[in-house]
Ligand binder design. Structure first.
Ligand SMILES: Nc1ncnc2c1ncn2[C@@H]1O[C@H](COP(=O)(O)OP(=O)(O)O)[C@@H](O)[C@H]1O
Ligand SMILES: [Mg+2]
Length: 421
């Protein structure tokens, strides 16, 4: 007796589900059962093999543009290795041609016998393909709240994108990321995961980049609260801040970032009548409430730590006050290597010439050197291969680093007197 193959009908649903269930152990798929059933209900192309009125094989696809994915190929145990897989796939292929599909892809979760069937049906194995997947961390209700707040889920690579800065990275990894990422281990050792931290340092050292990188590392959504938007809110800045944090409370997990926090948290003694005064009070009030929940972190950044209300630097509301300084030689080496080609440029020379540069200034000098070299090629008729050491050194010589001796001295004083690590 031989099976025959026909298109899937609605009446087959129960039998197909039974078959999918019976074969799921050895014939898995990156598509879950619910997705396969949804595809069938949605009339996505599918064919079945039938013998004596019984469904003994099925292949289900989902079409997206001109590509179809095989969601699941299932064959009754006693019919495996007898050519049914390729017969089903070829028949599916004819059905797909009718709906203008140009490519049929199948991602198998592991090596298995079906691979023969795929080869017989003319599929090419792409050995270099690795399949990665990830559960999206934000569901749709959360996504609505997030978009009201102008927040976003950041790409996963931002932490690795931060070149050099090993000292800062190591500290933040240990004190901030690890306890939040591994709360059970933290609890076992009596470590309280931080809820609020201040990053301080001269402009361009990477405070904003660090805040984003922490969110990316944790896989938490990133929400930035803009002081300028609060100050401009018709409801008044304090009410706007309260409303923003009320919304934030609806997110399951979140990193909240306030850049240039001195704008809303200036020492209250200074300007008792300014709107910022009430805002400082309000911020100090929302922090304790914010601290009550797991899986959230407030990161405030400033380049003027001394102008902040002392409540920020005293223990209590903020767990750590972390300096982000200019990169040392090893860090500059890593940052320069990001922009300059080490095979044709003397990176060590650039590292030595750019002492006290911030990452932002290195980035800028690198861009200037590239532009010089580009213009020489296009407008100067010289066909160079790219920026040379001389281009980079010229760009460095032309920059005016913002971290002067005075700035550095005052940063170092802040580190000694106000940092809390
Ligand atoms: N460690 C780093 N590696 C590479 N680029 C960096 C690094 N830190 C900062 N940058 C770049 O420098 C610029 C300024 O960084 P940013 O985080 O905005 O500094 P800050 O917030 O301290 O002023 C950005 O373009 C950023 O991409
Ligand atoms: Mg910044």
């Amino acid at each position: 007796m031989r099976w025959f193959i026909r298109d899937y009908h609605d009446d087959d649903l129960e039998a197909v589900v039974r078959l999918l269930d019976a074969t799921k152990v050895h014939q898995g798929s990156v598509f879950g059962l619910a997705e396969v059933i949804a595809a069938l209900r949605d009339d996505q192309p599918a064919v079945v093999a039938v013998l004596n009125d019984e469904v003994v094989g099925a292949v289900v696809s989902t079409v997206s543009g001109d590509r179809a994915w095989v969601a699941r190929l299932a064959i009754a145990e006693e019919w495996r290795g007898k050519g049914m897989a390729s017969a089903l796939l070829l028949s599916l292929e004819s059905a797909l041609v009718e709906v203008r599909v140009r490519m049929l892809s199948y991602v198998l979760p592991e090596e298995e016998m079906l691979a023969d069937g795929l080869a017989n049906a003319g599929f090419t194995r792409r050995p270099a393909v690795a399949y990665f997947d990830k559960v999206v961390s934000v569901d749709s209700a959360q996504a609505d709240v997030l978009s009201e707040l102008g927040g976003q889920v950041l790409p996963a690579r931002l932490w690795d994108d931060l070149a050099g800065m090993h000292r800062e990275k190591d500290l933040i990894e240990r004190r901030v990321v690890a306890p939040l990422d591994r709360p059970e281990i933290a609890a076992r050792h009596g470590v309280m995961p931080p809820r609020a931290v201040v990053l301080f340092g001269p402009p361009g050292t990477g405070k904003t980049s660090f805040a984003r990188a922490i969110a990316s590392r944790l896989g938490w959504p990133f929400v930035e609260v803009l002081p300028s938007a609060l100050l401009a809110d018709p409801a008044g800045p304090a009410a706007a801040l309260r409303a923003t944090f009320d919304r934030i409370r609806r997110l399951e997990r979140v990193l909240v970032f306030i850049d240039e926090v001195e704008e809303i948290a200036a020492a209250r003694g200074d300007r008792p009548t300014s709107p910022a005064h009430g805002l400082t009070n309000e911020l100090l009030k929302v922090v304790p409430a914010f601290r009550q929940h797991d899986e959230r972190l407030l990161v405030c950044a400033t380049n003027d730590l001394r102008s902040l209300d002392t409540a920020f630097t005293r223990p209590g509301r903020f767990d750590y006050v972390i300096p982000i300084g200019t990169p040392d030689a090893a860090a500059r080496q890593a940052i320069w290597s990001r922009y300059a080609d080490a095979s044709s440029v003397d990176i060590d020379q650039l590292v030595a010439a750019s002492e006290s540069f911030t990452p932002a200034e290195i980035e800028h000098a690198a861009r200037v050197a590239s532009q010089m070299s580009f213009e020489r090629s296009v407008f100067g008729g010289q066909d160079g291969i790219g920026p040379t050491s001389a281009d980079y050194l010229a760009a460095i010589a032309d920059s005016r680093p913002s971290v002067t001796d005075d700035v550095r001295a005052s940063f170092e004083r802040d580190v000694a007197e106000l940092a809390r690590l």
